[in-house]
Design a protein around this ligand. Sequence first.
Ligand code: HEC
Length: 96
Amino acid sequence: MKLLHKSIFLTLLTPMAVMAEDVHPGKVLHDDANCMRCHADLGYNQPDLTKMAPTDIKGLQKAVSFCDNNLSIGWFDDEKQDVVDYLNKTYYHFDH
Ligand code: HEC
């Protein structure tokens, strides 16, 4: 009985684990930090965004740091880098 239980559990869990692996770690951080509270409306890389308007990966790093600092999220450097990479892959497509 115990064994049966375990195999049902594993069958249910495996597809979830596979799905979780497909999500970019930067997206998880980004969503957890509630960046979309503002950026759902503002968007990213939109023509009417002029204050930071990053034109390369360095500019994008600065913009992420700016909002991270302003909101006191306190991401570590490697976490910030994950978010930069996620935003770049999704919205900006700068060369590294
Ligand atoms: C309180 C509102 C608010 C929140 C929450 C917020 N931002 Fe921003 N963000 C802004 C504003 C305002 C700008 C400047 C928009 C403009 O150019 O007019 C901006 C600009 C940016 C830009 C540059 C956009 C572009 O293409 O010009 C990036 C990247 C960015 N934010 C990342 C983040 C990240 C990552 C988070 C989550 C930690 C975040 N923001 C949370 C308000 C916010």
